[in-house]
Ligand binder design. Sequence first.
Ligand SMILES: NC(=O)c1ccc[n+]([C@@H]2O[C@H](COP(=O)([O-])OP(=O)(O)OC[C@H]3O[C@@H](n4cnc5c(N)ncnc54)[C@H](OP(=O)(O)O)[C@@H]3O)[C@@H](O)[C@H]2O)c1
Length: 301
Amino acid sequence: MKAILMDAHGGPDVLYLGEARKPVPSPTQILIRVMAVGVNPADYKWRGGMFAAFAPLSFPHIPGYDVAGIVEESPAGAAPKGTHVAAMLNSFTQGAYAEYAVVEADDVGLIPEGMRFEQAVAVPTPGLTGVQMAEEHMDAKPGQTLLITGATGAVGRFGLWAAKRRGAQVIAAVRAKHRDEAKALGADVVLTLGEEDWTGGAIDAVGDTVGGEIVEGLCRHVPASGRIFTAATDPIPAEHLAMPAVFFGVHPNGPQLTSLLQGIAKGEISMPVAKTMKLADAAIAQAEVEAGGAGKIVLIP
Ligand SMILES: NC(=O)c1ccc[n+]([C@@H]2O[C@H](COP(=O)([O-])OP(=O)(O)OC[C@H]3O[C@@H](n4cnc5c(N)ncnc54)[C@H](OP(=O)(O)O)[C@@H]3O)[C@@H](O)[C@H]2O)c1
């Protein structure tokens, strides 16, 4: 099959279009004919070797985690052939930048009828991360004041949606150009990150998707009874905070993904796709995501 491969960590130019063996699903897996691939910040971070010291990849490696496509084989009969599915793949196995991918059957989300693959594939990693951030980590509930940074980004918008759905008050900290969008997505208060401080009471929990020093000032409003969670890899300096930020990792969850896809189909939440590109242009797509501000890019094999 055709796939984007890499033989070593490095810049975007380590990615090349080549031939790889079509994967064979185990009894617990499903083989998907890939129709669309979502590009995430994780893709360029793994490519660059950010996690290589503790999570080494075997080469040649096929990158990519978010996949949408058609069930080609399901050895244990978990999904009929032809079913439209989306999934977040395991980071350590061969990835989604290919004509075929295998995924654990339990991790697969069902794409609602009529939803395009390009739309569905924009959801798995950011959707699961955002919802797990708000529900499992921040434990959003009525009466709480929560801060979500980067709240109009892919992860942030799902976190904002899930926190509002749970009845919490949400402060969104975003770039100035994203202020109106944050309000439209349901934020109760919008702050320009790095420029405006919060002048209300204590913040019960932070869900951070930006990371770094720019987030630190707002985190000072979290008392010792609060919690700071971050999905970002750029650490938040902790010396002036009541507690250090806790990094969390997303985990696959098929039923949660199905429910997110249904939420998109019903118009309860939006996840815009900025553009689609050919799979062969994966290096350009990753470079654009790495440069920032690209929005969601989807690759089509
Ligand atoms: N831990 C995990 O399991 C996990 C899972 C998924 C993602 N992540 C990480 O979470 C982060 C966000 O991912 P994503 O897919 O949501 O990316 P994204 O769609 O690019 O969203 C990031 C958001 O943060 C904004 N932003 C970035 N720098 C900013 C700054 N200095 N001030 C204000 N806003 C800023 C971006 O605005 P612009 O678009 O205008 O730059 C964008 O709205 C990444 O670091 C990613 O690697 C971690």
